[in-house]
Design a protein around this ligand. Structure first.
Ligand SMILES: C[S@@+](CC[C@H](N)C(=O)[O-])C[C@H]1O[C@@H](n2cnc3c(N)ncnc32)[C@H](O)[C@@H]1O
Length: 281
């Protein structure tokens, strides 16, 4: 045990790293090659500090105890997950949504159901929501509902708040920013908050994509599952893609991240554009 103000620089041994790595891979699908040891050690330091432990041995014993599994596990996964994201990341997906998908969709239907399956801190679902609200202005009968999920509860809390540093929204054109973001009253903070309009058809919930997708609807028109499969091995990727396909309507679309693909994976999808797939059961 240490006093709260002491700085912790505990070392993670190789066997400890292997134990945690196997646990992470088994439960969350995330691969933990040896190259991630320093990263994991660094990220878990704050959990040791928070729990007043001076060694990883103490922390690991606690994490795997009944009490730790009930109260520390969520913080552990928050520390393990990589949440890098951006507004309008991989813009060709939003161009496809705007120029190809929505004009076709509105000819046959009016209510769109979509899922951002690794929503992180919200930039992806809010980018989609901007596009859908812009479309709605021109097509009054159009409506949508969006589900945003992620394994990390902490990152979803950030997404729900929808508060971002001004520099993170620089990429968004000024007239769009004025419409959908509110500047903080305290100008020193240099933050913006997403408008109620972007939040109103969006629900967040925690979900582990590598476990059975209990309670997730099975009639989505679109699923964005971007930049999360890269953390999984091929077998887990195949399992996750097939589980997602069961949640997509026939003809619905799946969007993957820029370095992800279904090459070598058996799944009922047909590629229609780079990293965009159609569910073809
Ligand atoms: C790099 S971010 C990608 C965010 C966004 N989709 C994008 O492309 O900008 C990956 C997200 O996947 C989440 N994640 C990692 N493993 C997961 C799992 N097994 N189930 C659900 N989400 C997971 C992480 O918490 C993280 O927020």
């Amino acid at each position: 045990m240490i006093t709260p103000n002491e700085v912790v620089h505990a070392k993670l041994t190789v066997p400890q790293f292997k134990r945690l790595g196997q646990f992470i891979h088994k439960n969350y699908g995330i691969q933990m090659p040896d190259s991630k040891k320093v990263l994991l050690e660094g990220r878990l330091q704050k959990r040791l500090k928070k729990n007043n432990f001076s060694s990883f041995a103490e922390y690991i014993e606690y994490l795997f105890s009944e009490k730790g599994q009930a109260s520390e596990l969520q913080f552990f996964i928050d520390a393990v997950s990589t949440n890098k994201t951006d507004f309008y990341r991989e813009p060709h997906h939003f161009e496809f949504l705007r120029d190809t998908f929505l004009p076709q969709f509105i000819r046959q239907s009016s209510h769109l159901k979509l899922w951002s399956a690794a929503a992180s801190s919200g930039e992806e679902p809010y980018t989609i929501a901007i596009e859908l609200n812009e479309f709605k202005e021109k097509h009054r009968g159009f409506s949508y509902e969006m589900l945003g999920t992620d394994i990390s509860n902490e990152i979803l809390q950030k997404a729900s708040k929808g508060i971002y540093e001004e520099k993170r929204v620089e990429i968004i054109p000024l007239h769009i920013k004025r419409k959908y973001f509110l500047r903080s009253k305290n100008r020193e903070k240099r933050t913006v908050k997403v408008s109620r309009q972007l939040k109103q058809n969006l629900t967040y919930r925690t979900l582990n994509l590598t476990m059975p997708l209990v309670g997730i609807p099975n009639d989505f028109d679109l699923v964005f599952c971007r930049n999360v499969l890269i953390y999984f091995n091929r077998a887990v990727q195949e399992k996750v893609i097939n589980a997602i396909c069961k949640k997509l309507k026939p003809g619905g679309y799946l969007f993957l991240g820029h370095s992800e693909s279904t090459t070598g994976i058996v799944a009922p999808v047909t590629q229609v554009a780079p990293t965009i797939y159609q569910h073809t059961p």
